[in-house]
Design a binder for this molecule. Structure first.
Ligand code: B12
Ligand code: SF4
Length: 496
């Protein structure tokens, strides 16, 4: 059976840029299927697309290979089954269209979807989309290969773990009960099926994130998170129990990256790289012991309560130069009662001082616009962020991703500022959007506060001379919404 896995294009708003990094999840699914004897190819239609976007009617921008090119690739390969990754909500529209194209080519080709968005929305998707035959829910390696084997052998598919399908026109959902117990049982992600040169070439020039050396590669050393931050949907995908590869597996994977692909920088994209201090220290020690010449960073964000002096020392010694920290808010009330993250503003200050002591660069991740938060608390966050002297601050607007506690709260209270029945709304789950409205704020208020905060941060860095240019840019970015941002800036500056 010939299998093609497709990582789809993405729809983004004007000011956003896509991340061009290896789709590790799809590559793990491919590796396990290949190990079981199937002939597998991967098409990363995001990375292989030309480095330009196309504006759509919806004002969004399409990044990746065109549908025509994707169709030609599928026709050339003649697969029996196409697996489509739907990791981000922003990929749903393209992934659905790919499924339609597959069935247009040949209705006998089986279509399977997997990834975070399709996991959470599996019932709605299967109810509406006849072109999608099956959905693998959450961690997908074993369920996907199980499906392939059953289809090949003509065995029933109705008891596959973590699986969604239709029976007599009704959608059936099998719960996910079995996560990979020992991650070391998995082969390395099938990077050999990816155009690794594409990621290599893009490194310092385009896409997401910062790196010091090139080429860089991303990897995952652990999965799952036991915490309950209300905006976060990570546990839906990889579970609440943290599972880690052994230090030996991790270091062997890095060695492969260096020798086979010439990689010089690694980005550990774990949810919580340092959650198990012992394991992470062993990884960092082994990198040093084996003399691996890499620089590394942790761009998905470390949880600050999971590292200490000792861990930081070993991080630095093994090549770490930058950490991104999920700090979220400058209001203790918001941290404790609304986001439910086990940190306070004073632990944030302490940990920042500790990281600085080790000479690591820091990016702070912040979030504003949570239900229950006031506009004053949003400014508390921006003022606090700017007082810490970090290398960079990224302020996100809270987005109510389906499946999260945040979504449930907003739904219950009528705070969702989009039409949930119109699936096109999901196109707007973009980093630049705001989709929550409460008695305290509208989506526009939050955007204006975020952009006003960004304006102050830039002027602080570049000086007052930058003000005229930045105001022009503000209007370019926000159109007439620029007036609202300028009003917010003035209000903050002169007080009200
Ligand atoms: C690494 C990461 C990134 C990386 C790289 C993504 C990549 N190319 O892989 C970067 C930093 C670029 C990134 C960016 C964003 N991210 Co991100 N990211 C993650 C993170 C932390 C880990 C993903 C991962 O590799 N997991 C490990 C692998 C093994 O799991 P996996 O990818 O999910 O794949 C498994 C299953 O889903 C399934 N599967 C996946 N694909 C397929 C396909 C088939 C056919 C099958 C059968 C199964 C299957 O099987 C896989 C193996 O078990 C997740 C959180 C998480 N734990 O999932 C968030 C997460 C995916 N990101 C998220 C978001 C929102 C974003 C952003 C859109 C916004 C933001 N926060 O800034 C941006 C997009 C930016 C852009 N402009 O393009 C959300 C997605 C929510 C949603 N519904 O859209 C997540 C879930 C985090 C969260 N906030 O809850 N991200
Ligand atoms: S935000 Fe970080 S610590 Fe909180 S639940 Fe998500 S992964 Fe865990």
């Amino acid at each position: 059976m010939k299998v093609l896995l497709i990582y789809p294009p993405i729809l983004l708003s004007k000011t956003d840029r896509p991340a061009i990094t290896t789709p590790i999840g799809v590559a793990y699914v491919a590796a396990v299927a290949e190990k079981a004897g199937f002939s597998v190819s991967i098409l990363d239609s995001l990375a292989e697309g030309e480095w330009k976007s196309e504006k759509l009617e919806s004002d969004l921008y399409y990044w990746g290979l065109s549908y025509k090119e994707i169709k030609e690739r599928i026709e050339a390969l003649k697969p029996d089954l196409v697996g489509i990754g739907c990791q981000f909500t922003l990929q749903y529209m393209p992934s659905k269209e790919i499924a339609r194209i597959v069935k247009e080519i040949d209705p006998k080709i089986v279509t399977v979807m997997g990834g975070t968005h399709s996991t959470v929305m599996c019932r709605e998707i299967l109810e509406k989309e006849p072109y999608i035959d099956y959905i693998v829910r959450s961690e997908g390696e074993y369920a996907f290969t199980d499906l392939l084997e059953r289809l090949r052998d003509g065995r029933p598919i109705d008891d596959i773990d973590g699986f969604a399908y239709r029976k007599d026109g009704e959608v059936q959902l099998n719960e996910k009960t079995r996560f990979v117990a020992n991650l070391d049982d998995l082969p390395f992600p099938a990077r050999h099926l990816l155009r690794m040169d594409v990621y290599g070439n893009t490194e310092l020039k385009r896409g997401w994130g910062i790196n010091r050396r090139a080429p860089k590669a991303n990897m995952i050393t652990s999965r799952g998170c036991p915490f309950d931050c209300s905006f976060c949907g990570i546990a839906l995908n990889t579970g609440k129990k943290m599972r880690g590869h052994s230090p030996e597996y991790v270091v062997a994977e890095i060695e492969e990256l260096i020798t086979k692909y010439g990689i010089r920088e690694v980005h550990f994209e774990d949810d919580n790289l340092t959650l198990n201090k012992q394991r992470s220290k062993q990884i960092f020690d082994l990198i040093v012991e084996r003399g691996l010449d890499i620089s590394w960073a942790a761009p998905s964000g470390l949880a600050i309560w999971t590292f200490n002096d000792d861990v930081l020392e070993k991080m630095k010694a093994s090549g770490c130069y930058r950490v991104n920290l999920g700090l979220e808010s400058g209001s203790d009330h918001v941290l404790k009662k609304i986001i439910k993250k086990p940190i306070t503003t004073s632990t944030i200050r302490e940990k920042i001082a500790l990281v600085k002591k080790h000479g690591l660069e820091i990016t702070g991740f912040w979030v504003i616009g949570m239900p229950g938060e006031t506009r004053a608390q949003m400014w508390e966050t921006l003022d606090f962020a700017s007082s810490l002297g970090l290398d960079d601050n990224q302020v996100a607007v809270a987005l109510p991703y389906p499946g999260t506690e945040l979504y449930d709260i907003c739904k219950e209270k009528g705070y969702l500022a989009f039409n949930q029945k119109d699936e096109k709304s999901y196109e707007h789950f973009s980093i630049s959007s705001a989709l929550i409205t409460t008695p305290d704020f509208t989506p526009l208020d939050v955007i204006a506060i975020r952009d006003a905060g960004r304006f102050f941060a830039i002027i602080k860095k570049e000086g007052r001379g930058a003000i005229p240019g930045r105001i022009v840019e503000l209007f370019k970015r926000n159109g007439l919404g620029g007036f609202k941002v300028v009003g917010t800036v003035l209000k903050k500056y002169f007080g009200s």
